[in-house]
Write a protein that binds this ligand. Structure first.
Ligand SMILES: *Cc1c(COP(=O)(O)O)cnc(C)c1O
Length: 454
């Protein structure tokens, strides 16, 4: 055993090998040393307890390969680019909306050095973080004012905490939404100190249900957009206009949690059932909340817009400070809104993807499989969904590549996930697919290379 222990190479020796130098170049000296010591410690321990060598030999090369594996594994845990071949263009697990080029440029410009984040250039004194965005939203939506926070869950929490703490909030049973497991309207309501007053049944709610629920402790009427599900069949809802009339007759605010946050009419995109923020305001909602990274196509944030009297109260709430956004988010949001102002929506990646004709996707599929033997794949038309808690029932036309392989689909999916730039595909009915709906043209050469290696 002593003999074996003496054969373990030293850290210094590993450092001086060609491979060692290569790994230092990629992962940094400190990290390389840390993992070297860890690995050598493991080998020493194994020999001491088992009386034999863990791998077949104690060759430097083999040990370095193990070290490389470990280093790569650690690196994969940090945030990294992936290629989205799931077909879901707003994939919550894959970062929802990719940012437009001008948003990325703006982030660089504003955050590389100093900015007027909270500095009023006209008066030379402390200013508001969201002055510019307020102007943009006023122009786009005709609202008085806005508040921007970390995400829409935060927006809803803040609105309820500021406006209805200790009071009842009336909401239809059919709208007690859960988003991605961690955001549930009843729980957020409770956290805010407001009291949930459910009315109606899962499928039907009538005006008289709302009317009967109003009492001296009512704080607001709330509507939550069923952004990630639809109730169909024998159903009835009370429209926003009617709710707004009822709320205002009783001096109550009408809060509308839209979630998906569509700023423009999506009818030209063939989408008919998604309410826009403008419609919500026009129909009389006093406060509207929505996400920045769903159908708006911007950075993660929660946007609260509405009447001045309510926004003023929300702005002054102590939680505001805890939920506010940083300059990176505000730069990206401002730049994204600018595209709406200029009518250049197609520069927002998700809208470019929505608009892509099937013929173009087919062309991409042909290019990708150029170097593959004919029997190895099938290209076919399919459908996919927007995702990200938006348009849950709206099918989008797409094109997929199905790989004909003996490898089980889950292993194939893992092989793609383990690539240098991980590729995330879709498994459907026991088959593995690469969906091209959300693939950026600049990633085609990489995918082509990957497929030729398969
Ligand atoms: C998505 C969504 C939320 C949560 O928004 P996040 O930006 O994920 O925090 C809340 N309400 C509705 C209706 C939603 O669709």
């Amino acid at each position: 055993m002593e003999n074996l222990l003496r054969q373990i190479p030293s850290v210094t020796k590993l450092l001086e090998t060609k491979k060692g130098k290569e790994l230092i170049e990629i992962f940094g000296r400190e990290e390389f040393l840390r993992i070297c010591r860890e690995k050598l410690g493991e080998i020493r321990e194994f020999i001491s307890s088992q009386g034999k060598v863990p791998m077949e030999s104690l060759e430097e090369e083999k040990i370095l390969l193990e070290i490389e594996k470990k280093l790569k594994l650690i690196k994969r845990k940090s945030l990294t680019k992936v290629i989205n071949c799931t077909g879901t263009i707003l994939h919550t697990n894959l970062g929802r909306a990719p940012l437009a080029a001008n948003a990325l440029e703006k982030i660089l410009e504003v955050s590389r050095g100093y900015s007027n984040l909270e500095f009023d250039l006209e008066r030379g004194e402390r200013g508001s973080r969201t002055l510019g965005i307020r102007e943009q939203l006023a122009q786009l939506l005709g609202v008085d004012d806005c508040v921007i926070v970390n995400n829409n869950a935060g927006a809803v929490l803040l609105v309820l905490s500021a406006l209805t703490k200790g009071k009842e909030v009336i909401i239809s049973r059919g709208q007690l939404v859960e988003i991605g497991g961690s955001f549930r309207i009843p729980e957020i309501m409770e956290q805010s100190g407001s009291i949930l007053k459910e009315v109606g049944t899962t499928n039907k709610v009538h005006l008289k249900d709302y009317q009967r629920a109003i009492n001296e402790n009512t704080g607001a009427i709330m509507r939550v957009h069923t952004s990630n599900y639809r109730i169909v069949g024998f159903t009835q809802d009370v429209d926003l206009q009617t709710l707004s009339k009822l709320a205002h007759e009783n001096n109550l605010p009408l809060i509308d949690d839209l979630g998906s946050g569509t700023l423009i009419d999506l009818i030209p995109w063939g989408i008919y059932d998604e309410p826009t923020v403008t419609q919500s305001i026009k129909m009389g909602a006093d406060v509207v909340t929505f996400s920045g990274d769903k159908l708006l196509g911007g950075p993660q944030c929660g946007i609260i817009v509405g009447k001045r009297e309510y926004i003023d109260i929300i702005k002054k709430h102590p939680m505001m400070r805890a939920l506010r956004c940083d300059k990176l988010v505000l730069s990206a949001l401002g730049a994204t809104l600018e595209l709406y102002q200029k009518g250049e929506i197609e520069k927002i990646p998700i809208y470019a993807f929505l608009h892509r004709p099937v013929e173009e996707l087919k062309g991409m599929a042909k290019r990708l499989t150029e170097n593959l033997a004919k029997e190895k794949f099938i290209i076919k038309e399919d459908h996919c969904y927007v995702g990200g808690g938006a348009l849950p029932t709206h099918e989008l036309p797409t094109v997929v590549i199905k790989l004909n392989s003996q490898i089980p689909p889950h292993d194939l999916a893992q092989w793609f996930r383990n690539l240098e730039i991980p590729v995330i595909g879709r498994i459907h009915k026991g088959e593995f697919y690469l969906d091209l709906k959300g693939v950026f043209p600049e990633d085609i050469p990489y995918l082509q290379e990957v497929l030729s290696k398969l």
